[in-house]
Design a protein around this ligand. Structure first.
Ligand code: NAD
Ligand code: TDX
Length: 331
């Protein structure tokens, strides 16, 4: 089977490619990645000699047409992925998340190739802290940020191509991922690398916002379960019952580093900051038999801390610029 992985040099995509090479030696992997500020070829070093890497954009219709035409399956991770950046400049979000997905859909339609679209729980908006309901595939779309609205738009394009053109496609909407190779702009790696540097973690606002954490390997195992056994045209929500407020995550990290529980700073809140995400993944669990392996969040965080300690040469080159950008925003 020949698989085209878009965004395979990013956080989740690189983990997906590494897992695929190790667990499915029969699969032939080609990565298409534009190597934006978020992409890093070094994240594919452990499998570099076992994959084909193509540097290019998913908005390049001729390139996409050729690569899709040589594939049996496309797994589409490529995106602009950071909410804070989308508040600063939404333009690349519209280009990559909307135009890029459209470009892929047209090629997949032409060549009749199976497509899996990676999306986010943020398309559903946010929940109150005490809301007993969680997101399900029936929850209406209500995105808040330029990032989540472009992801929502890309999901709707996929749904329309399924209905109008009979595309063999599935969609997954996953909650917040953590694990190795995540860019230091994101919450958990930012705080881990701050703590390694002896800097206090930075909490937006009061730190009461809730995210539903899942280890990246569990996300990727779910993606393969959907590709293997999912029904075309369906949406599957991926989550591992990992709700935590940001303050709780920071306190766990402080404990892992042997620091006092209040040794953090409150910084400016994110405008329009979604309060809470929570996933009901029962369809995925019941229909496809998927279960997460990382059920102990603290143990998963400890392993992630160890990875950042052992791979300082991977994250160090980006750290100062990320912190300078946050500092300019009072974050
Ligand atoms: P990331 O920012 O770490 O990686 C994105 C990758 O896409 C990078 O390698 C980048 O170079 C590449 N890319 C960007 N624009 C491109 C373009 N025009 N053409 C080709 N490649 C391009 O993101 P991530 O956290 O790994 O997220 C991957 C996917 O998973 C995204 O679709 C995101 O919306 C989704 N998702 C992420 C999370 C999360 O917690 N990180 C949760 C749910 C869903
Ligand atoms: O320094 C920080 N302090 C802080 O309190 C940062 C960077 C973030 N936060 C808060 C904001 C959020 O409530 O932590 C939470 C997580 O923030 P992010 O890592 O930026 O993730 P989020 O905005 O929740 O979006 C993530 O999950 C869904 C991914 O970045 C998206 O790509 C995915 O779709």
């Amino acid at each position: 089977m020949r698989v085209l992985v878009t965004g395979g040099a990013g956080f989740i995509g690189a983990n997906f490619v590494q897992q695929t090479v190790h667990e499915r030696p029969e699969v032939d992997v080609t990565v298409l990645d534009a190597l934006t500020y978020a992409g890093d070829r070094r994240s594919l070093d452990p499998v570099a000699d076992r994959i084909t890497f193509v540097e290019g954009s998913i908005t390049d219709a001729a390139l996409v047409d050729r690569l899709v035409g040589e594939s049996d399956l496309v797994v589409h991770f490529a995106a602009e992925s950071h909410n804070d950046n989308s508040l600063d400049d939404p333009s690349p979000f519209v280009q990559t998340n909307l135009i890029g997905t459209f470009t892929l859909l047209e090629a997949v339609r032409k060549h009749g190739v199976r497509f899996h679209h990676i999306s986010t729980d943020e398309v559903y908006g946010d929940l109150e802290l005490d809301d007993p309901d969680r997101f399900t595939p029936e929850t209406p779309y209500n995105p808040s940020s330029p990032y989540s609205s472009t992801k929502a738009g890309s999901d709707l394009l996929v749904r329309a191509w399924v209905r109008s053109f009979g595309l063999q496609a599935t969609i997954s909407n996953c909650s917040n991922n953590y694990g190795p190779y995540q860019h230091v702009e994101k919450f958990i790696p930012r705080q881990i690398t701050n703590l390694i540097d002896g800097v206090r973690p930075k909490l937006y606002g009061a730190g009461l916002n809730v995210r539903d954490w899942i280890h990246v390997e569990d996300h990727n195992a779910a993606v393969w379960a959907i590709v293997d056994k999912g029904r075309a045209g369906e949406t599957y929500l991926i989550g591992a019952d990992g709700e935590k407020d940001n303050l709780g995550v920071v306190r766990t990290l402080l404990e892992i580093f042997g620091r006092e529980p209040d040794d953090f700073e409150h910084v400016n809140d994110r405008p329009g900051h979604d309060l809470r995400y929570a996933i009901d993944a029962s369809k995925l669990r019941e229909e496809l038999g998927w279960t997460p392996r990382y059920t102990d969040f603290r143990a998963g965080l400890e392993a992630t801390v160890e990875w950042y300690r052992a791979n300082e040469d991977w994250w160090r080159p980006r750290k100062a610029a990320v912190e300078a950008k946050y500092a300019a925003q009072g974050q």
